[in-house]
Each structure stands twice: as C-alpha cells, then as structure tokens.
Design a protein around this ligand. Structure first.
Ligand SMILES: [Zn+2]
Length: 479
C-alpha cells in the first residue's frame, strides 16, 4: 500500500497550485515530456493516442462536408510571406528562419511555416482558373512553428500539431457560410466528443487573425477560471486573393477574385481536456476520446482462473466495440486502481475470485468513483450504458462549472472587482472602441474573448467608458 500512497501524494492538489497540478498530470499520465529543444515537447504514446482520436474524429467530420486533404511544403520563402501586409506583421515576431542549405547561404531566406495561408494562396493562384475550379476545400494535417517566449506543454509550444483548412470560393456569401459551418463543426466536436461546452462568437478587430476580415472563435473555460481559445475560423474576404492575384473567370465571362477562409484546431485541445475534466487523482478522459475506454483489473490474480477470466471479459468487451486493456502487471490492485485513475481511463472493471463465484464484476466510474456490481450476463450492455452516462455527466459537470463561473458586470468597479476576485468569464457591454479593450487589458489583464452570437443587453452603456454600448462581450484572462 506504500506504493499507492506515494503515487497519489506525488500530485499537487489543483486548489493549491493549478499550474503545478497541470504539470504533474501531464508528466504522471505520461502524455508528454520536455525535449532538448527548448519550448518543444515530446508527445508520448498516451498523449499521441488522444491526438490520433481527435484527428480521426475531426477528419471524418471534415470529409462529410466535402473537405479534401493535401500537403504543403514546410518552408515559406520570405518574399511569399511578405505579400500580405497585415499577415506578415502579425507573424513576424515569432517566425523561425532557415538561412543555409547545407553549407551554402540561401539566396533568399525561408521561414518554417507558422501557418500556411501564403503557401495555399500561392498554389491557388496557379491552380484556379475558372468558376468550375471552385470551391476549393482543402485541409492539411501538419505541424507549425512559432517561436514563443513562454511555453507550456500542449498549451503553447514552439512546434505544435494542428490541422489548417484553407478554402477558396466564388462568392463572399459562400465563404462566410463555410466559415460559420466550420466553426459550428468545431463547437459540436468539442461538446459531443470532448464534453467541453463552448461559447461561439466573433473576435473583436483587436483579437482577430492577421489578415482576416472576420475571425470566429469557440471559447471554453478551464477549471481554474481561465479562458482557452479552442478553435478559430476566419473569413478572409478577397484580401489575400488581391495580394496573391487569385482570380477566376466567372460564368459571365468576367475575371473575379476568389473569397477565402481558413480554420484550425491544435494539440492544445489535449491541454483543454486535462484542465476542464481533470481532478486531484489525475486525468479524466471523456469516453468518446479515450484511447483506452475500459481497464480490466484482476484482483488476486494469482488465484486460479482469475487472469483467464479477466482476459475473457476483455475479449467480450472488445468484440462489443470498446477499447479495452487488462492490467496483468505484478503491481498490487490498489496501485493499479490509482494508476488507472491517473491515466484517466473512464471505466474500470474489477474481477476477483469472489466476484467469479457470484457471476459478477464491479464497474467503477473514473469521473465520480461510483461503484456498481453488475451480473456478468449483462457486461457489454451495462458497460456501454455506463460509458454513455459518464460522457453526458462530464459534459453537464463542465457546463455547470462554466455557468457558475460566468458573471455579469455593468459598472467599471464591479467589472474590475469581478475579474480580480472571481476567475471566470465576465459578460459586459462594450462600445466597440479598441481604447476600451486596451484599458481593460491594462487594468485587469483580461482580454475580450468573443462577441457571442447569442447577444444580450445587460445595459445601454460601455462598462469601460460609459458611451453607448454596441455589443455584449465575454471577457476573461486566458491561456
Ligand atoms: Zn467604451
């Protein structure tokens, strides 16, 4: 039992030090490790398997809307990056440069892609000629590099994995429709699969993507009350098309510029899963994204027939379509239970000699530790029901937490007091001026997270300057 204790004690309580708790979980659940390249991470099998599940599910949903996957080069020539003014200004401070090929200095230096708008635009300019070539709905799965000053595993690293969709359309309406469609796809994915409730809305001009006409976002709230931008979808209008001369001959035989979008989701969602659902025992994975959904733990496995029975249960559950493992290691059952919890495995099946006599097993939920004795005759159906129950309960719990940490403020003092003393989202009215956003950020370190699609009228004046209000905004401190 000494081992169990040691393992549990090794994690900092989330209420004592959330940042340390996060680091502990990442390490103890073996999701990733630090690399010898500062600010980069080694994603370990348990972490990469979560990413693969995110990838598979998103990819399936993308393709259902007509998305095709492609691959663009890793390098962007400097002249290409500079073609769109806002874009290069937005990314220049965090770009990594390649200056040599082998021993020879390059004639033109190239950056390692921080994002691939310019490459897609360069390609589309050559590839799109007629309205018959439209729409182009391409996506790539890749890694990008942004030379961040401060980094944290999954949340902010110098190289991270993501997908970036880049589309070209004949009309502005079609581009806007695709931008919203992808935002809703991300939102549904987060809520249905990751059990993370999101606020859907539009970024203010200050917070929008460099070069975009409009940026839409889904924002989620972490357990510590900080916001996390979880997915973005941008409408570029014809700005990039004009900079890169992406034109097509329309049905009326005139030359027109295409309208473009881009949208992305990254490995930071693994960080979101940890920070929304985790607890003092470690990671808690939603069943629909968990690489291992069920762990069968034999109790007194040295007794005759116990291990065979454990593997028999695994076979049955695997056949029923679940992802299952047996922990037949030499460790004590208590150690195995704690290990299962640390790794966030949604459901544990305990089976020992006494259970076998009674033709039963014990199901233990990771999310609330509830134990249920079930007849082995009903193993598959009860396990399936319980995984569904866990998935729904995790979403409801996260939503209740978010709702309980979403506040309103109509006066400046009240606003500052809420941001400072009640971690969470603060809904407040805004006049639309960037000066107020700047002042709020300076006074409270909070940023505008989004102007939600579902607008409310909390008062008729800006919480900051008192002038007439234009929009209700979600404010918060963010990762
Ligand atoms: Zn104002």
């Amino acid at each position: 039992m000494a081992n169990d204790k040691k393992m549990v004690e090794a994690i900092t309580s989330m209420d004592v030090d959330f940042a340390q708790w996060y680091t502990d979980v990442v390490k103890k659940a073996e999701l990733c490790d630090y690399a010898s390249v500062k600010g980069c991470m080694v994603i370990k099998p348990a972490g990469y398997a979560i990413w693969e599940n995110i990838q598979n599910e998103l990819d399936r949903r993308f393709k259902a809307t007509g998305v095709q996957n492609v691959y663009m080069p890793l390098f962007i020539p400097e002249s290409l990056l500079e073609k769109e003014k806002d874009h290069v200004e937005g990314f220049a401070p965090e770009v990594a440069w390649v200056t040599h090929g082998g021993l020879e200095p390059l004639q033109e230096r190239m950056c390692v892609r921080p994002t691939s708008e310019t490459l897609f635009c360069d390609f589309y300019a050559k590839d799109i000629h007629s309205y018959r070539d439209l729409p182009r709905v391409y996506n790539q799965w890749c890694s990008v590099v942004r030379w961040e000053k401060t980094t944290r595993p999954f949340l902010r690293s110098r190289e991270f994995l993501w997908q970036e969709g880049h589309t070209a359309h004949a009309t502005a309406e079609e581009a806007e429709e695709r931008t919203i469609q992808m935002l809703n796809l991300y939102a549904d994915f987060c809520e249905e699969v990751l059990a993370i409730p999101v606020v859907r809305g539009q970024k203010t001009d200050k917070e929008k993507f460099a070069g975009a006409e409009a940026t839409y976002t889904i924002e989620s709230l972490m357990h510590d009350g900080k916001a996390l931008q979880s997915g973005t979808s941008h409408n570029f209008g014809d700005g990039f098309a004009k900079a890169f001369e992406i034109q097509f001959t329309d049905k009326d035989n005139t030359l027109k510029y295409v309208h473009q979008t881009s949208w992305g989701m990254t490995t930071r969602m693994i960080g979101a899963i940890i920070m929304v659902h985790g607890d003092d025992n470690g990671l808690v994975l939603p069943p629909r994204i968990a690489p291992i959904q069920i762990m069968v733990v034999p109790v007194q496995q040295q007794k005759p027939g116990v291990l065979d029975k454990a593997f028999e249960l695994k076979e049955r559950l695997t056949k029923a379509g679940f992802s299952v493992k047996v922990d037949d290691s030499e460790k004590s059952p208590g150690w195995k239970f704690a290990d299962c919890e640390m790794r966030g495995i949604p459901l544990r099946v305990e089976i020992g000699p006494k259970d076998m006599e009674k033709n039963q097993a014990v199901l233990v939920r990771r999310d609330n530790h509830e134990k249920t004795f079930i007849s082995l005759d009903e193993l598959e159906s009860r396990a399936g029901e319980m995984l569904d129950t866990i998935q729904n309960a995790m979403y409801e719990k996260a939503k209740a937490h978010r709702d309980a940490h979403t506040y309103e403020a109509t006066q400046w003092d009240e606003f500052v007091d809420t941001i400072n003393n009640k971690p969470g989202f603060v809904k407040a009215m805004w006049c639309g001026c960037q000066e107020c956003e700047d002042k709020i950020k300076e006074a409270t370190a909070a940023t505008s997270r989004c102007m939600p699609f579902e607008q409310e009228s909390l008062s008729d004046h800006c919480v900051c300057c008192g002038k007439p209000a234009k929009k209700m905004v979600y404010w918060g401190r963010a990762y």
